[in-house]
Design a protein. Structure first.
Length: 266
């Protein structure tokens, strides 16, 4: 957890980027705010949301630095999410909780179990959960063609030659650190992605498709069909400003010639 506690300027248009796809419905609750939502206002939107221990979720004002062990333990044991006031990182974490509650509860359960048990065999899975929680995304689509191109760092095929694949695939950003970076975007922004087969969606949804939250939670809890995420390397890197629509400049094929961002696979 970042330890600096400092106020930041509120922006009601925080979800303007297309990288906030799926958050429109949740973000709308805060779009009319002229100042930072309070922990109580965030908690009011969490009615009916529970953690993995089935405790009601709420957002607890945090005024002192909090280490990861205490942070994850508080969420799991009490349902209270430590939330620094006037802080983008923590506000966007709350936004993800409100949009993907079952997934966030599953990630907390994985991290809490590893921290509580001190089990070395769980370390890689806990590390992966931490990476996904901060910087993760899920790519859904009817087949694995686009995901395979991205895993192979075949950027020209994924973004230029086969750009039409993005019409049937959708990227949902999960990591609140990535969402935070969209407020001051830069070319090297990276998300760590898992792929999930899913029927093609039409348009740009304001909310995750029905069942996606539960399916993602199942992957992290190990009760899903198919592979679960066991280590950080199971996630593949994606420069998110390369996603069509994320940066107007990426309509030009030359955009993907920046080898410092769109790197060849090692």
């Amino acid at each position: 957890m970042p330890k600096q506690i400092a106020p930041q300027d509120w922006r009601a248009d925080f979800a303007a980027s297309t990288l906030f796809m799926g958050y429109g419905h949740t973000a709308a609750h805060f779009a009319q705010h002229t100042a930072w939502p309070t922990a109580a206002q965030l908690s009011a939107q969490a009615r009916g949301v529970h953690n993995a221990a089935r405790l009601p979720l709420c957002f607890d004002p945090q005024t002192q630095p909090c280490g990861q062990r205490d942070y994850e333990a508080q969420i799991y044991r009490t349902g209270q999410v430590p939330t620094r006031p006037a802080n983008w990182h923590d506000f966007l974490n709350a936004l993800v909780w409100l949009t993907f509650p079952r997934l966030k509860a599953a990630l907390n359960a994985v991290q809490y179990a590893a921290l509580a048990q001190q089990n070395p065999e769980r370390g890689a899975r806990s590390d992966a959960a931490t990476v996904f929680d901060e910087s993760g995304a899920v790519l859904i689509g009817p087949d694995a063609e686009l995901a395979d191109l991205l895993r192979a760092h075949d950027w020209h095929a994924a973004f230029v030659e086969r750009r039409a694949l993005w019409q049937t695939n959708r990227l949902f950003i999960i990591g609140h650190a990535v969402l935070e970076k969209t407020l001051t975007p830069y070319p090297g922004m990276i998300a760590k992605v898992m792929h999930l087969p899913w029927p093609a969606l039409s348009g740009l949804p304001d909310a995750p498709p029905e069942g996606l939250d539960a399916a993602l939670a199942g992957h992290w809890l190990g009760d899903a069909l198919g592979d679960v995420i066991r280590r950080p390397a199971d996630l593949f890197a994606l420069p998110v400003l390369g996603v069509p629509g994320a940066d107007p400049a990426n309509s030009a094929p030359s955009y993907y010639g920046n080898a410092a961002v769109f790197r060849a696979k090692r």
